[in-house]
Design a protein around this ligand. Structure first.
Ligand code: GLN
Length: 490
């Protein structure tokens, strides 16, 4: 086995036992990136020299720990990770996949980055994404599309497509993404890896470039469930710099990883098996549900009656919030500034006209419209009310069930170019993930089979702050199956 193929927990065992130095591990992953990233295009920015420095520091840390092993060595020490380019890393370009931020270099680290660095993790670089995290395929990147390692003519999903593809192609051991409506879970499903969206408020958003502030949440990607739990543990802390961060200590997620789900109550929401879903996707997910029943869970059908309104509500609320958040890109304080302009209004107009891509402009227009006088009540306010109904459906369901199971996306990874000119088709890719963001609850996508040679994702949804429960079901299923061990050939 090559070093770059290791999971985080496997690599940690070798580092701890002194069988490999951290620098060798990072070197192996950098070589892997050099070997395959021409095909996959997962990274926007690579920081190999800095990564090797960080790995060297990790080796010093491991040596110090060996002399005085009173505290445990942190499982992320010396582990090479990839960061979605929407999260600020001090001194490293953070573009959000947008030309308007092409030369933006943040002067500070996001809180999640501080947490990772404090634990000795190694940052390899920044991954590609849909511009400002708006999209489901990474084709809306202002720079280039990322390719799915399972089929290079396919999209990796989005908007965190670079992070998901990097994991699947062994171009990092773990990664961070952000999930506003499905952007961790859907690319995880398309790339056959594990990706978790934490509860709203569980992980600090300080230093995460805002898309839709009432929905955004940073989440981990891993080659397996254990790795997701390890990354989540490192980043799930209260942060006074994010007023939505919740002051509730995170439990020990590793303890949740027991392969015993006997007696757990599992709901299958009937509205999540939607029209237009690929039959092979449904078959793989149904087989996974049967497996979970075989493991001793009590499985029953449940109804979440307002599900069909998730998509319209999300596509009013998310653009409305985005239209306000993106007002700051005016070419004055930072980022792209158009030079041939007549006056200040023209400067704003030209900068935004040239700096933003088509999807971002579409969202700004939709959102501005939904918030404008005379339409606010009919669109924005109504969508907020629908959001409450969707939340109530989940509240009701979680009174009866510990977790809910559904597909992550109705299809497997589609072809690059297939949906790029049809926004509605693209939006439908997230029809099964958006509702969790609207309700503020948590969920994970893990691989549960293949359709047409491409990975299928099982979505396990949990109530607010029930990450432990979600991880436990995911882990039990993973231990009983082999899907997570399959690798694409590159
Ligand atoms: N695909 C959805 C959108 O385009 C979700 C994106 C996300 O979660 N960042 O808005």
């Amino acid at each position: 086995m090559e070093l770059y193929e290791l999971t985080i927990h496997e690599a940690h065992d070798l580092l701890r036992k002194g069988e490999i130095p951290a620098i060798e591990l990072t070197q192996a992953v950098i070589e892997r990136i050099v070997e395959v990233d021409d095909q996959v295009k997962a990274y926007l920015t690579l920081t190999p020299e800095w990564a090797l420095e960080q790995a060297q520091q990790a080796d010093h840390r491991i040596a110090a720990w060996r002399k005085n092993p009173s505290n445990a060595l942190h499982p992320l020490t010396g582990i090479p990770l990839a960061i979605k380019d929407v999260i600020c890393v001090a001194g490293v370009p953070t573009t959000c996949g947008s030309n308007i931020l092409e030369d933006f270099i943040p002067p500070y680290d996001a809180t999640v980055i501080e947490h990772l660095r404090r634990r000795g993790a190694v940052i390899l670089g920044k991954t590609n994404m849909d511009e400002f995290a708006m999209g489901s395929s990474t084709e809306n990147s202002g720079f280039f599309p990322t390719h799915n390692p399972w089929g290079l003519s396919r999209v990796p999903g989005g908007s965190s497509g670079g992070s998901a593809a990097a994991i699947a192609a062994d171009e990092c051991l773990g990664a961070l993404g952000s999930d506003t409506g499905g952007s961790v879970r859907q690319p995880a499903a398309f790339c056959g890896v594990a990706g978790l969206k934490p509860t709203y408020g569980r992980v600090s958003r300080y230093g995460l470039v805002a898309f839709a502030s009432s929905l955004d949440q940073i989440g981990p990607f891993g080659k397996d469930v254990t790795d997701c739990a390890l990354i989540l543990q490192a980043i799930a802390h209260h942060d006074p710099r994010d007023s939505t961060s919740v002051d509730v200590p995170a439990p020990d997620y590793a303890q949740a990883l027991v392969p015993d789900i006997r007696g757990m109550r599992v709901g299958v929401p009937r509205e999540y098996f939607v029209e237009g879903m690929e039959p092979e996707v449904e078959a793989a997910v149904r087989a996974a549900i049967d497996k979970i029943a075989d493991l001793g869970a009590e499985v029953d059908e449940v109804s979440l009656p307002h599900t069909e309104y998730s998509l319209p509500a999300y596509y009013l609320l998310a653009p409305a919030e985005a239209s306000a958040n993106l007002a700051r890109y005016d070419g004055v304080k930072y980022g792209y500034s158009h030079s041939e302009v007549e006056d200040v209004w023209d400067a704003y107009r030209q900068t935004r006209q040239h700096g933003f891509g088509a999807e971002v402009k579409r969202r700004i227009m939709l959102g501005t419209y939904a918030l404008s006088a005379g339409y606010y009540d009919a669109y924005y306010l109504k969508a907020q009310k629908v959001r409450t109904l969707i939340k109530r459906d989940f509240d009701q369901a979680f009174r009866e069930f510990d977790v809910l199971l559904a597909p992550t996306s109705p299809t497997v990874a589609f072809k690059i170019g297939e949906k790029v000119d049809d926004p509605l088709q693209m939006y439908l890719s997230d029809v099964l993930t958006l509702s969790l963001n609207l309700a503020g609850i948590c969920g994970i996508s893990i691989p549960c089979g293949f359709a047409d040679g491409l990975p299928v994702g099982l979505q396990i949804m949990g109530d607010a702050f029930a990450e432990e429960v979600v991880l436990r079901v995911a882990y039990a299923y993973e231990q009983a199956t082999e899907w997570h061990k399959r690798k694409p050939v590159l």
